[in-house]
Design a protein around this ligand. Sequence first.
Ligand code: DQA
Length: 149
Amino acid sequence: MKKILIMNGPNLNLLGTREPEKYGTTTLADLEVMCRKQAADMGYEVDFFQSNYEGALVDKIHEAGKAYKAGQLKGVVFNPGAYTHTSIALHDAIVGVGGLPVIETHISNVHARESFRHHSYISPAAAGIIVGCGVYGYIVAMQVLANRP
Ligand code: DQA
């Protein structure tokens, strides 16, 4: 069965208790359950990965690029957290593996927040972007991937 990779970057392990007025009260473990259920409903498996380390996220994208080319992975739902606004390395990893569909997903509406959150290094490399839909955005992103040819 094909997989969908759900990747979360720094501080998203704190979901549920971290600034709940911005990110809600759903924990990362709750989110994993939601994503696994959605994937099963669509006939996919989930690989759920979170890291606070930029290099670990780069390595995971490289791995995902290989799995995509081997026909084992449908694509990636990626919330890069604060690395969104800083990481040329993550941009280069997505572009570098070639063709990997990544749906950049943010829980909060980054455009309604501080100006340093308005720029994303990931967006030019992403197949799609979902912003400000809460954790439901991950479900939408998975549906987008599942419905791609
Ligand atoms: C975030 C938005 C980022 O600006 C922030 O650094 C995060 C979470 C979001 O999901 O809304 O860590 O990616």
